[in-house]
Design a protein around this ligand. Structure first.
Ligand code: NAP
Length: 333
């Protein structure tokens, strides 16, 4: 069936300014790390992207290595774009990244100019695009001079292959140096993509403050802790869940009785707020403008419906935030 986007797609989703840039991102963005590989059902991935866009989710996040096999998520997304979304290209923010192992030999990994430029060329080809909206360096490279990596990002923008530049998984001191170099080159860093959730608080130790000072936006990846901060595992490990699958990053043993117990307690607070646990987890990363956007994954369209509805939730009370920290044993200084 040909796709026509929902005419009401912009009525409910809020869009937040990304740092001090001109770019706005939806409160919820969709990542294609899982469920879009060559091994996954194409029509399911297509339904996820359609449903997301219908709900005002205008930002889709990829990386060169998403699959499996690596590269296949970009191919799947390219196919979805070409069949359904080219009329909407200017309404969509597409990001991709390079920084992890992508091809054999010395030029298929880390942060050299050689790797970043050729990787983005490959990504554009796989997606059938002339440019991406955001190109990220996916992780810091301990060996390549930061000046070289940043000048490769600057070059990519000057070549018109990306509109904006982002960093991912950089620590605060590395971020500060990179942001300074990019600014001196005239291509500001617009966004930092970091792991952040109720279960993983590291960005609160300096990174958020730095981004605020530098006027850089932020997008929180895995805000649902890959499904642990949802009701997915309340009654065991479903066969179609990520933990039951082949992901190295969420194994059955990660779904411990302790974590499920904590999630059940958090779910009680979510219910009192009139939210699902997944919705509360999304509202939490966005509270007080901490993150510009919550970058979720989804395996079915109802999860996207659930996430989009999170943005109508109430603000957190001090008491709710204190109870969440208490359940998770987080001690504030
Ligand atoms: N920059 C980086 O280094 C980096 C690293 C990791 C991820 N990312 C980005 O972040 C994106 C999101 O990561 P993620 O997939 O780990 O995020 P996540 O949102 O924490 O987890 C998504 C998983 O949670 C479950 N889920 C989602 N909504 C649900 C709901 N409403 N109710 C119950 N379960 C729900 C689904 O698991 P089931 O599959 O079990 O249904 C879904 O696949 C990635 O796609 C990628 O774009 C970036």
């Amino acid at each position: 069936m040909p796709y026509t986007a929902n005419a009401e797609r912009y009525e409910k989703m809020p869009y937040y300014r990304c740092g001090k840039s001109g770019l706005k991102l939806p409160g919820v963005s969709l990542g294609l790390w899982h469920n879009f590989g060559g091994v996954d059902a194409y029509e399911n991935g297509r339904a996820l992207v359609r449903q997301a866009f219908n709900l005002g989710i205008t930002h889709f996040d990829l990386a060169n290595n998403y699959g499996p096999p690596p590269g296949s998520a970009e191919e799947t997304f390219g196919k979805i774009l070409q069949s359904d979304f080219m009329p909407y290209r200017d309404e969509i923010v597409i990001s991709t990244k390079a920084g992890y192992t992508m091809w054999e030999g010395p030029y298929g990994d880390w942060g050299s100019k050689k790797y970043l430029v050729s990787s983005l060329d490959q990504s554009l080809k796989r997606m059938g695009l002339d440019y991406v909206d955001i190109f990220y360096h996916h992780r810091p490279d301990p060996e390549t001079p930061l000046e070289e990596t940043m000048s490769a990002l600057d070059l990519i923008v000057r070549q018109g292959k990306a509109l904006y530049i982002g960093l991912s998984n950089y620590k605060p001191d590395q971020t500060k140096r990179a942001v300074d170099i990019l600014r001196s080159l005239g291509t500001p860093c617009v966004i930092h993509q970091m792991k952040y959730s109720m279960l993983f608080r590291e960005p609160e130790n300096g990174l958020f403050d730095l981004l605020q000072q530098e006027g850089v936006g932020s997008i929180a990846f895995s805000p649902l802790s890959k499904g642990l901060l949802t009701d997915r595992y309340f009654k065991g490990i479903p066969l179609d869940s990520r933990a039951a699958g082949t992901s190295k990053f969420l194994r059955e043993q990660d779904v411990s009785a302790e974590i499920v117990n904590k999630s059940l307690q958090l779910d009680q607070i979510a219910k009192e707020r009139g939210q699902t646990l997944a919705q509360m987890a999304i509202s939490w990363v966005l509270r007080e403008g901490k993150a510009t956007s919550a970058l979720i994954g989804a395996s079915n369209t109802s999860q996207i419906d659930d996430a989009a509805a999170a943005l109508n939730g109430p603000a957190f009370t001090e008491e709710e935030l204190r109870r969440i920290d208490q359940i998770l044993n987080v001690r504030k200084p």
